[in-house]
Ligand binder design. Structure first.
Ligand code: EPU
Length: 420
């Protein structure tokens, strides 16, 4: 297993290029199953998660070519049965269910379990499929969805934490080939849902309202191949902006979308960090001392849960008390005990982390537990005095393209080493 060895205390300076969004790319890759014609997807980040999704598509019968960030996929003849072991490994793979159901009227997929950040049920995905007329059976660890016919319907997809991102994506993909009109109420408004809708529209689908809580889909008979460029990764952007702020650096983020990051920019401003749009770039720099604040994670356009751990790391450096409340995933605080190894003072009270910031961090060996927790540990390591070893960075490689190389270009002293 590999680790990052970081010698902290170096302010980041320079230009960083943002990759395509992982969470937009995964459902878009799944959507290529909706047509027997070739699709070309540009700006796909080369990550273990996207390579893994490519493997799943191949296992279903699709031909996949991945070169220089461009994926060419042709799902000419496919089967509706996904290998248990493959699907089980990545929760995002649940979004093949909608396209399989739409194209073949059947999908058999292993039930994704919970994970370290929370229970992660799929009841809302299944509720949507049922509303379209599918019969659902859960047996032997599998979800079996079958439908003689899919018919458009009006449905409410809100859950206890608000909307569901992949649930909205899944039902939207099932509805594009259904008979009649589907209306999804309480749909997720995330930019990744909009990007998927844009790709589906390029394939010929009739969708309106994506990006709002009401999405309307008018089913059509057949979709065709299409070409699409994936949106920039807003969470990678947030991660680099926070890293620059944590190290008191000054960076330019190239190819980012400020309009996807309003909540993050607002909270960075409150914390004393300037984020300015200069053409297609974002310029990030600290304005003196960091200030404490409060953050509550919410569905879009609220503060994203995927940037919560990184923001927690930043607040350990802001003198005073900051409160971070996690409203999307109940156990997404695995980074807290590891940040404590670097000297952070954080207490968990129900869904909130209370950060008593301002104590200097000092390097230590720490363990990554999930993707975003890993990013938080890297940020803390970059700001800490001395050496930090972040172990198990395979979590980080699932969602950040060449993070170590990008950080080195910004002046960070970070090396990938074999875990001892
Ligand atoms: N939920 C239900 N029932 C469902 C589905 C979700 O109750 O059927 C609940 C979840 O338990 C959670 C909330 O609804 O409390 C929101 O979950 P959502 O379904 O939106 O999450 P997701 O679609 O499975 C995607 C991202 C996550 C990101 C969340 C929230 C992908 C591949 N994953 O997951 O990304 O945290 O949306 O924005 O798009 C990450 O990149 O690190 C990551 C975990």
């Amino acid at each position: 297993m590999e680790s990052f060895l970081i010698k902290g205390g170096v302010p980041l300076h320079g230009v960083v290029e943002i990759s395509g969004s992982k969470n937009a790319a995964l459902p878009i890759m799944a959507a290529t199953l909706l047509t027997d014609e070739p699709c070309v997807i540009r700006r796909v980040p080369n990550l273990s998660d996207t390579r893994f999704m490519a493997q799943i598509l191949e296992s279903l019968g699709a031909r996949v070519k991945f070169a220089d960030g461009t994926l060419t996929i042709r799902a000419k003849k496919i089967k509706g049965y996904a290998d248990y072991e493959l699907v089980r490994k990545m929760r995002g793979s649940i979004c093949i269910a909608g396209p399989l159901l739409a194209r073949l009227r059947k999908a058999r997929i292993s039930l994704p379990g919970g994970c370290i950040i929370g229970a992660r049920p799929i009841n809302l995905h299944l509720k949507g499929f049922e509303a379209l007329g599918a019969k659902i059976k859960i047996e032997g660890g599998y979800v079996d969805a079958t439908a003689k016919k899919l018919s458009g319907a009006t449905m409410f997809l809100g859950g206890r934490a608000g909307s569901t991102v992949l649930g909205t994506a899944n039902v939207m993909m099932a509805a594009v080939l259904a008979d009649g009109v589907t209306v999804i109420e309480s749909a997720a408004c995330e930019p990744e849902v909009v990007d998927l809708a844009d790709f589906l529209r390029a394939m010929g689908a009739k969708i309106s309202g994506a990006g709002s809580p009401t999405i309307t889909i008018t089913g059509i008979e057949k979709l065709h191949g299409a070409e699409h460029g994936v949106i920039p990764d807003r969470i990678e952007t947030a991660t680099f902006a926070i890293a620059a702020a944590a190290t008191d650096g000054e960076i330019t983020i190239r190819g980012a979308r400020a309009d996807h990051l309003r909540a993050v920019i607002d909270k960075l401003n409150e914390a004393g960090v300037s984020v300015e749009k200069c053409g297609a770039n974002l310029a990030v720099r600290r304005k003196g001392k960091l200030k404490p604040s409060d953050v509550t994670t919410l569905p879009y356009s609220g503060f994203p849960t995927d940037a919560q751990a990184q923001m927690t790391a930043l607040f350990t450096l802001a003198p005073g008390i900051s409160i971070i409340t996690e409203r999307i995933f109940e156990s997404r605080f695995m980074h807290v005990s590891e940040l404590a190894r670097l000297g952070a003072d954080i207490e968990i009270e129900g869904p909130s982390a209370i950060v008593k910031g301002g104590r200097p961090l000092s390097g230590a060996p720490v363990m990554a537990s999930d993707l975003r927790a890993s990013a938080a540990l890297v940020i803390a390591g970059l700001a800490a005095k001395g050496a930090t070893q972040v172990n198990r960075i395979y979590h980080l490689d699932r969602g950040y393209e060449q993070m170590d190389a990008k950080l080195r270009k910004l002046g960070a002293r970070i090396q990938r080493v074999e875990e001892k």
